[in-house]
Design a protein around this ligand. Structure first.
Ligand code: SF4
Length: 378
């Protein structure tokens, strides 16, 4: 079991090897998708390997010549990897209309790499509109067509149903892992938990499901650290750099639940298998939320965080703000007021994927944890 876990950690640390191996073994196409919501099931049904392109901790040398200094670190890293050839094994790219930063990057990408296949997944701005459901089905049908051309494989209804089943199993297994993290946080270190989730975005899902199914019973008995003195809910786009989670562990804290885009937000809401596949995927998108990247005038993110705190007996909330992510910054004042009213302690920490000096992060986390341990609500 230790070797399965180590392998998942290696996949998360250097996914290119795993993806290249898959491609050589199967002869299939690799489709990269940018944050946040992409119906991976359709890519899977086309016989391709969906891989997430969520940036990383690379030095930015070339991307700054194309992107403004206030572009977030995620898109800067994606462009940097593109320019230095890290994505050479990726056959097609999907850019969802998540935020201005990704939409701008999609345009720059088209100019820099005009011959690399790309699909713009332009979501409805208002999911409450009556037209949204039909529009989404039409959008996903366009994605099916693009993938059929890219892979040369027909995406049949049966294949879609099979992929939806595999992805629903994946979400159910991740839910079990999340439950374990809350019940027995001593089973896994913070970085291990984050890296298992990350590995799942590079492995073929049926294979990932097989590995996680084997791992879960073993993790139930594993103990790698003492029970945490402080239990936190983390919210934001992603818990990176992963060293932040290691610092939290060292300080005696633990994440017991999350509301991360690269985490619970994209992993909740199973697809309804009783509906026709594209209608079911559209329906799931309409049920997603609350999320900073999805318009909703009654978002209720503060209420959602309060619920997570109560369900997981957490002591406070950590808001990890990806620098220059204006969508998260728009949500923050509202959820801060909601959490203050509920008496739930909250820490705002700004992070960047390429950040190396974490001294200030450590100091602020330490102070927050000390306050929580003393039971003083700020
Ligand atoms: S971190 Fe925010 S701004 Fe950057 S890509 Fe994600 S949603 Fe967009």
């Amino acid at each position: 079991m230790e070797s399965i876990l180590q392998n998942l950690l290696e996949v998360a640390a250097s996914p290119a090897k795993e993806v290249t191996d898959w491609k050589q073994m199967t002869g299939g196409k690799v489709v990269g998708w940018l944050p946040i919501y992409v119906p991976e099931e359709i890519i899977h049904a086309a016989g391709a390997l969906p891989v997430s392109l969520w940036g990383g901790s690379t030095e930015i040398a070339r991307a700054d010549a194309h992107l403004q200094g206030f572009a977030c670190s995620v898109v800067r890293a994606v462009l940097e990897y593109g320019l230095k050839g890290t994505y050479s094994m990726v056959d097609g790219f999907i850019f969802p209309s998540t935020c201005d930063h990704i939409q701008n990057t999609a345009d720059i990408w088209a100019g820099l790499f005009p011959h690399r296949p790309k699909f713009d997944l332009v979501y409805p701005a208002n999911r409450q509109s009556q037209a949204a459901r039909g529009y989404l089905e039409h959008l996903f049908a366009g994605l099916v067509q693009w993938l059929e051309e890219l892979t040369g494989q027909k995406v049949t209804e049966d294949k879609l149903r099979g992929s939806i089943r595999i992805y629903n199993q994946y979400r159910a297994l991740i839910a079990e892992l999340y439950s374990l993290r809350s019940r027995r946080p001593e089973s896994l270190s913070g970085p291990e938990m984050g890296q298992i989730i990350k590995a799942s975005f590079f492995l073929e899902k049926a294979e990932f499901n097989r590995r996680l199914s084997e791992l879960l019973p073993w993790l139930e008995k594993r103990k790698v650290r003492p029970a945490p003195r402080v239990r936190l809910v983390v919210t934001g786009i992603m818990a990176e750099p992963v060293e932040v989670l290691a610092i939290l562990d060292e300080l005696g804290g633990a994440v017991v639940a999350d509301d991360l885009a690269l985490g619970a937000r994209i992993l909740r809401a199973p697809v309804k298998e009783e509906l026709p596949p594209l209608a079911a995927l559209a329906d799931r998108h309409l049920r997603l939320g609350p999320c900073s990247t999805l318009y909703d005038c009654r978002k209720g993110r503060g209420a959602h965080l309060q619920q997570l705190v109560a369900e997981h007996a957490a002591d406070g909330v950590l808001f990890l703000n990806m620098k220059f992510c204006e969508l998260e910054e728009f949500d923050y004042p509202v959820l801060k007021a909601e959490l203050e009213e509920a008496g739930i302690p909250l820490l705002f920490l700004e992070v960047e994927q390429q950040m190396s000096a974490l001294g200030q992060v450590r100091t602020r986390l330490q102070a927050f944890l000390e306050v929580l341990e003393q039971g003083v609500v700020s």
